[in-house]
Design a protein around this ligand. Structure first.
Ligand SMILES: *[C@@H]1O[C@H](CO)[C@@H](O)[C@H](O)[C@H]1NC(C)=O
Length: 358
């Protein structure tokens, strides 16, 4: 298969080769053959997915295989990021990271909490894997807090890329201003569609990178023009959960998903974790869920040490920002998420973030 990839440099052929490799490899489960991941932790970022991951692979007595050979960094082991950022490395690279199957009841996981942010991941996963055997776990968190947490993360890593620095500077580094302008821009895109499954592929910054990148308007409050707007868009589009799920339901059956809610994990992790059972029982696995098993990273951290330009917003200060984002973007998307989950018997009741957080 390697020679196939070298000889055919053209993207389309590369995809064809990948599909060929996967068909012969992931559609059969046999001892001594590659062990293909069948359990996916899809997202979302900043919703305790790392804490949940460690529960799953270390505490729950499930004996789940994680990729060993993909990279030296522990992060690459947890998050292969193959179907989004590292697709060009090829399917063989990805599958080889997991090694060979040693017994029939083995299960491997791919926990890349960014897959939900990339509209093409669902299609790619469906095409490459033995799709009926896949199960997906997703954790959702109130989208404004999720966005603010990502904003905080950018500051805490020192706005590590120059385009982050530029994009943030035009808003005087303020979350409240970014929210205002991003809500406007994203909403203009969202409302172009009446079919919800079309919204995310067009309006997600990842797919429409150039649209975001080129978008430049004056920021009234700072007298500067926006630049590298995709960096700002990223903070907010990943919270469009209703549109994200309607896309995934185009590719997979509802019973292949287990959906967790961050608020419920904070309140009663043990009870909430029960919701992953169907996704594991399918593989003949029974998770052991202990009293104190998911330790969330200090929930709702609002401060940022050594972040001189960070806009610290307490509950009161974030109120108007939340209200605007909900009115423009998230209330509708949240409502769509709730109705989809209910319709597909995944959750019959769910917190109404846009009302409970106001
Ligand atoms: C912002 O963009 C406009 C239109 O391109 C330009 O005329 C103006 O000089 C820019 N302002 C700043 C502060 O860069």
């Amino acid at each position: 298969m390697k020679s196939c990839r070298v000889v055919l440099g053209v993207m389309l052929h590369l995809v064809a080769c990948n599909a060929e490799f996967s068909e012969s490899i992931c559609r059969e489960q046999a001892v001594g053959k590659p062990l293909c991941p069948e359990l996916f932790l899809l997202g979302v970022q900043k919703s305790a997915s790392t804490a949940f991951y460690y529960f799953l692979v270390e505490k729950a007595a499930l004996d789940i295989r994680v990729p060993k050979k993909l990279g030296r960094s522990p992060q690459l082991r947890k998050e292969p990021h193959y179907f989004n950022h590292l697709y060009e490395k090829g399917f063989e690279w990805y599958i080889n990271g997991y090694g060979l199957r040693k017994s029939m009841d083995e299960l491997a996981i791919d926990a890349s909490p960014d897959y939900t942010a990339h509209p093409h991941c669902a299609q790619r996963i469906k095409d490459a894997m033995n799709f009926e055997r896949l199960r997906f776990i997703i954790i959702f968190r109130e989208p404004v807090d999720r966005a603010y947490s990502w904003y905080r993360h950018c500051h805490s890593v020192g706005l590590k890329y120059p385009n982050y620095e530029d994009a943030f500077r035009s808003f005087d580094y303020k979350f409240s201003l970014m929210a205002k302008y991003a809500a406007e821009f994203i909403q203009n895109c969202v409302q172009m569609y009446s079919e919800p499954e079309l919204v995310f592929p067009t309006c997600a910054h990842r797919n429409s990178h150039f649209l975001y990148e080129k978008y430049s308007v004056p920021v009234e409050e700072t007298g500067m023009n926006t630049t590298s707007f995709q960096v700002i868009g990223m903070i907010f589009t990943e919270g469009l959960y209703g549109y994200i799920m309607s896309l995934w339901f185009e590719y997979f059956e509802p019973h292949q998903f287990c959906v967790l809610i961050y608020d419920n994990l904070v309140e009663d992790a043990r009870a909430e974790l029960e919701r992953i059972r169907p996704c594991l029982n399918f593989f003949g696995k029974e998770p052991v869920i202990g009293e104190d098993d998911v330790r969330l990273p200090t929930a709702n951290v609002k401060t940022c040490e050594n972040c001189p330009l960070y806009e610290e917003l307490d509950e009161e200060a974030i109120g108007p920002v939340r209200k605007r984002l909900n009115e423009r973007l998230y209330a509708k998307s949240n409502e769509l998420l709730r109705s989809l989950l209910k319709e597909h018997n995944l959750r019959d009741s769910m917190i109404e973030w846009e009302n409970n957080y106001n």
